[in-house]
Design a protein around this ligand. Structure first.
Ligand code: ZN
Length: 293
């Protein structure tokens, strides 16, 4: 119905907004095509920025061959489309920032889990196979693990892109790999799982991926009203995978994973998280807050 109103299709509206399903929740902010009357001082570049479009998109939609605009001229402006493949949405940090602020979620989230994928690692990433790697992980989770779909909501890549996989309103599934299923479901119920693509016991993390992990984590803290702490940003390594008990740094005598890895912001300890990751996330939250007014 909304698609019709704006002379658009449901498929286009999904791609303008990175929507994973056809259902809309009240409060969801939507980008839609608009008609716009050019005012004095407007430029294609300014309008593209203002309406989440791009100069070539506006020029093509309106059959413009030159860059000049005249006051009073009417333009049809289409929003930029996000890169999507099925329910997967692949974004830059800037696109993700707009995406998360525009989305409406209903599930309560109190913790963000940090993981590394281990496999696939940097060796499998060729710069353009984000969706293929996402599908490969989903295939493994569905066929190998018998889960309903890809376990993690978010995947970060070495080039700094971030992909949404599992919808945010569905809890992760098996992300902690615990034997104690009941304990795991409890831990996962209010979690968002981030799988950072790479083997960070071996791969040295790129600066782009670091920046994305910090930015994405900061945006999640802001979206869900959280402050960085060992309760809100948690490492897989801090949990006994047999009992589901959170052991933090007292891993002696417990079965724990080396995840998110020894190269992940200084390593798996709570001291590393407190000294190397949380301060960066706090600083990024301040930066983002400063631009919201
Ligand atoms: Zn993990």
């Amino acid at each position: 119905m909304i698609a019709k109103k704006y002379g658009s299709t449901a498929g286009d509206l999904k791609q303008y907004n990175g929507l994973q399903s056809d259902r809309l929740l009240i409060g969801q902010k939507l980008r839609v095509p608009i008609m716009y009357k050019v005012a004095r001082g407007d430029t294609l570049w300014k309008l593209a920025g203002k309406f989440d479009s791009a100069v070539p998109i506006i020029k093509e939609a309106n059959g413009l061959s030159a860059d000049g605009l005249n006051a009073g001229q009417k333009l049809k402006i289409f929003p930029k489309k996000l890169a999507m493949d099925g329910k997967f949405v692949l974004m830059t940090r800037e696109e993700f920032r707009d995406w998360i602020f525009n989305q409406k979620f209903t599930r309560k989230v109190a913790k963000v889990q940090q993981h590394h994928t281990y496999q696939p690692s940097y060796k499998q990433f060729n710069g353009s196979n984000h969706f293929a790697l996402m599908k490969g992980m989903e295939e493994y989770h569905v066929t190998g693990m018998k889960w309903s779909m890809i376990s993690q909501q978010l995947t970060t890549f070495p080039d700094g892109k971030v992909a949404v996989g599992r919808p945010f309103d569905i809890a992760p599934e098996g992300s902690f790999g615990l034997q104690n299923k009941e304990a795991m479901h409890k831990i996962e119920a209010d979690a968002i799982a981030i799988e950072n693509l790479g083997n960070f016991d071996d791969n040295h993390m790129t600066a782009e991926q670091k920046e994305t992990i910090v930015t994405v984590t900061a945006l999640l803290m802001l979206k869900y009203g959280l402050a960085p702490s060992i309760d809100s940003i948690t490492y897989h390594h801090w949990w006994d995978i047999n009992s589901g008990e959170r052991v933090l740094d007292s891993s002696h005598g417990h079965a724990v994973k080396t995840c998110p890895g020894t190269e992940f912001f200084g390593g798996n300890s709570t001291a590393s998280a407190k000294n190397n990751l949380y301060p960066l996330v706090r600083k990024k939250m301040q930066e983002i807050r400063g631009t919201l007014h």
